[in-house]
Design a protein around this ligand. Structure first.
Ligand SMILES: Nc1ncnc2c1ncn2[C@@H]1O[C@H](COP(=O)(O)OP(=O)(O)OP(=O)(O)O)[C@@H](O)[C@H]1O
Length: 692
């Protein structure tokens, strides 16, 4: 609840709605600006930094004064020039050019700097990975240094230090907030400015104590934790002195999920009409709906700066974007494996022209992330001895996962691990899709279309950052070919179709496949079958919503048929997982056939079986020269040799029901997993038996 005194007054809200006199600066102007004489630019850019210059005369003593007339003619492209011209503090520039090794400004940095410095409200749109963070951090820091009083709080008591927050930067995710804070700490090094974080998950008390001890001039946080701290009177955190409010990934923060929190945060700040507080909004995507929203939030004379021509694709032209079609959902994991294998081989053969394989793979649900992560983590070569010393088939590529259901400590570990890895795959939900600057990501692989085309742009933007190379892959189903290709072309994205062996395989039939892919499928088989039953169960349930959203044109019956094929031939289950009848009715799948309901399950004691007890689907024996037959006869491999299990006839095993580890399918060929009774972890290991 927002305290009455802090709610935005009606007059202010009316003010937000006032007609805008903002100016939009788009790419054609930029081209002109960049390519021709700067003096012929539109006025606000043609006098770069002149409007800030007079104020800079009052800046700290280490900034040399410069003649104003000369400044007006200059256009700055190098950070060093900003120092020489006295535009930005030498300390800040020395850090950027020295410690961060960044010398030339990007378009968005150059075009927004003077507006940000002179206190204007700005909304800026620039492609992913083009340095938007520095574009807002540098002026934020410079404004604080210019008004030198910000730093003089060393004699304050611990509580009063918390009402000296001068800049608040909000980002939609914890990892992004931490990343921005890390960059802000670099930029402010040696300036005396304190940067603190307020992110959800953990460490509320610790963050507060740190703020009380060291003070806080720049607070970087997520909407939830920031509202939590400012609405709690006991924290002493106040936003009365905020000079700059930054929304990174602004379009995301203004959408329905975050908008109430952002409005609440604003209600604790000085009104823009009665103060010099500025608001800066940055994103790679600024849909029309957001432009009308920001008119309500920014001052009427805000500047809209775009370095992306609305007629051009919002993704980088240098990043090839491939699409591969699979025969069914069961082809997805083999396709990812083939992409990984091909990229690793290419790097081995020609390391100069091919980056080490480092990929982020996006899915529409957390459950799919978990399942694929489990499968890839547990892949191994069944022909090699099972030991902790046996290398993973994708070695040296490391496997990570990232989604919102992980504990914060694990999120941090996974994120750091992926950041530092030379070669890795991170299976991820959209929690990493925006803003995350993982170095040297060579591939972004999207499994199915994301919710919105803007999400596609942000996901792809995790590769090809700061001028580097990279490639995008989109994995779709055959039945989406026409419809989705048309939709993508409509949004200006040029997808290049790239057939892969693993995409064309009919995994419901015996098939002749090339040796190298057959080998990969062996690894996939071990991995997929090791995924615990509860993970497959959750994934199956989640896919009702995900698939319907990804392709609303597909009939519900066709969708369920595909999901059932996946369970059988992709996950090795005899029957698809059972789902709640209520849920199915609610989501409108009531008339679809082929869905198994929970009441059809056997009593719980018979459910204590891992996948091994049930599976007999798509992965099967291979003959010696690497050809594989997919459709198996029952009883041929480990899982069915033990009987069909809970879904196939209720031959449950008391051991299973008790959750006791009774064997190891890989070793003993008898395939036994555990299930739902007490020890689910058993399902990770058991149950895949004999192979020829
Ligand atoms: N002028 C520059 N020259 C070269 N590299 C830069 C420059 N400015 C920033 N960078 C680097 O570029 C990378 C991407 O920057 P940043 O994360 O700010 O991109 P972004 O535009 O915010 O991307 P996104 O839209 O994904 O949030 C970072 O590693 C950053 O250090």
């Amino acid at each position: 609840m927002i305290p009455a005194t802090r709610r935005a007054p009606a007059a202010l809200r009316a003010f937000y709605f006032a007609a805008s006199s903002s100016r939009t600066i788009t790419r054609p102007v930029l081209r002109h600006h960049v390519l021709s004489a700067p003096t012929r630019c539109i006025p606000s850019i043609a006098r770069p930094f002149s409007s800030v210059y007079s104020r800079l005369q009052q800046a700290s003593a280490d900034e040399p004064p410069r003649p104003e007339a000369e400044e007006q003619k200059k256009e700055f492209t190098k950070f060093e020039e900003l120092k020489q011209a006295g535009i930005v503090s030498p300390k800040v520039i020395d850090t950027i050019t020295g410690r961060m090794n960044i010398h030339t400004m990007t378009d968005v940095q150059r075009l927004t700097l003077n507006h940000c410095l002179d206190g204007s409200d700005v909304i800026a749109q620039a492609r992913t990975g083009t340095g938007k963070t520095l574009a807002f951090l540098m002026p934020v820091v410079q404004r604080l240094l210019r008004n030198g009083d910000a730093i003089n709080d060393s004699r304050r008591g611990s509580r009063s230090k918390l009402d000296n927050i001068r800049a608040l930067i909000i980002s939609p995710t914890r990892e992004l907030a931490e990343q921005i804070a890390a960059e802000a700490r670099k930029v402010t090094q040696g300036t005396g400015l304190q940067v603190q974080t307020a992110v959800g998950g953990t460490q509320r008390r610790q963050h507060l104590m740190q703020m009380q001890q060291y003070g806080c001039h720049i607070l970087v946080g997520t909407p939830g934790r920031v509202t939590d701290l400012i609405s709690d009177n006991t924290t002493g955190i106040r936003l009365d002195n905020i000079e700059t409010f930054v929304l990174d990934e602004a379009d995301r923060l203004l959408d329905i999920g975050f908008a109430p929190a952002i409005a609440e945060i604003q209600s604790y700040m000085p009104e823009p009409t009665k103060s010099t507080r500025q608001t800066l909004m940055f994103s790679a995507t600024v849909p029309k709906s957001v432009v009308s929203l920001v008119r309500q939030t920014l001052r009427p004379d805000f500047k809209f700066i775009r370095t992306v021509d609305p007629e051009e694709a919002p993704t980088h032209a240098r990043i090839p974007q491939h699409v591969v079609f699979g025969r069914g959902l069961q082809n997805q994991i083999p396709i990812i494996m083939e992409i990984a294998h091909n990229a690793m081989e290419a790097h081995k053969k020609d390391p100069v022209n091919n980056m080490p394989f480092k990929a982020i793979v996006y899915f529409g649900s957390t459950a799919e992330v978990s399942l694929t992560y489990e499968a890839f983590s547990k892949m191994r070569d069944p022909e090699k001895p099972r030991s902790i010393f046996t290398p993973h088939p994708l070695d040296p590529c490391r496997i990570f996962q990232m989604h919102g259901k992980l504990a914060q400590a694990q999120r941090t570990r996974e994120s750091q691990g992926f950041r530092n890895a030379q070669s890795a795959i991170m299976f991820s939900s959209d929690v990493t899709a925006r803003g995350m600057d993982f170095p040297n990501v060579s591939h972004v692989i999207q499994v199915g279309l994301p919710r919105a085309s803007d999400d596609y742009v942000h996901r792809i933007g995790r590769t090809g950052r700061a001028g580097k190379s990279g490639e995008g892959w989109l994995i779709l189903n055959n039945d989406e070919r026409r419809d989705i290709m048309q939709r993508m072309r409509g949004s200006g994205i040029n997808l290049i179709e790239k057939p892969l062996v693993a995409g064309d395989l009919d995994m419901t039939q015996g098939a002749q496949i090339p040796g190298h892919v057959a080998r990969l499928l062996k690894f996939v088989e071990v991995g997929v079958k090791s995924v615990p039953y509860n993970v497959k169960d959750a994934t199956y349930a989640a896919m009702f919503g995900v698939l319907a959203q990804q392709n609303p044109n597909r009939s519900k019956q066709a969708q369920v048929d595909m999901m059932n094929e996946l369970a059988k031939f992709g996950w090795g289950m005899q029957e698809p997982p059972a789902v709640s009848r209520n849920l199915i009715q609610r989501i409108g799948f009531g008339s679809v056939t082929g869905i198994r309901f929970e009441e059809q399950r056997q009593p719980a004691r018979f459910e204590g079986r891992g996948d091994g007890g049930r599976g007999r689907g798509g992965f099967g024996d291979r003959d010696r020269d690497g050809r594989q037959g997919f459709r198996r006869g029952e009883g041929r491999d480990g899982e069915s040799s033990r009987g069909p299990g809970v879904f196939g006839g209720g031959q449950g095993d008391a051991f299973d029901a008790l959750g006791v580890e009774a064997g190891d399918g890989a070793r003993g060929g008898r395939g036994r997993g555990f299930g739902r009774s007490s020890d689910r972890s058993g399902g990770n290991r058991g149950g895949y038996g004999r192979r020829s």
